[in-house]
Write a protein that binds this ligand. Sequence first.
Ligand SMILES: [Zn+2]
Length: 191
Amino acid sequence: MSPSLEPLPPSLGGEVQGKIYECFSRSEKCGDFAQAMSQKLVVTLGDETSRSLRVPANWVAALLEVLRNVRPHTASCVFKSLIGGWTTSARMHEQIRLTCIFGCREQPDEINHYFVCSPLWQIASQSLQVEAPLDLAQRLCIDKPTPDTARLLALVFALYHFPKQEQKSLAVPLRLAQMLYRELHLKRPVR
Ligand SMILES: [Zn+2]
């Protein structure tokens, strides 16, 4: 005997989802986003690097203005970098602590190294045909952010995470760089 089928109730449209979103977002709202970002940046970089960094007073507002002119994925990668959202073996407490996956000798698989990792920034720079700033604050789009520096940082983020996730070798990011170049640089920003 076949089970009886009952019709689905009528759709409530977006009403339920809207109420759920409202409940969750109420507890997640950030009172002072700029201050929260600055505090998180110190956690990402550590006290020593943070103290040596030149951070303009209105850096978050200037950054948000730039991020409005790049693709949402680019903005997301920049944001994840500033809040330390890289899945390095150190941060993920992996059993095997890697060294730099781009081949720097005796350098740890840590976000602070990748912010200054020469091979990584060189690949990104060549792929986008954009000169990578030497100054860390500019690399991180904290000082004088531009759409180009945002794309560079986003590409650096992507170059790290693709081979890490795929467990591939250094040969992959070189090819990936060309693909990401087309993805990040040639497509028009979505507004
Ligand atoms: Zn390195």
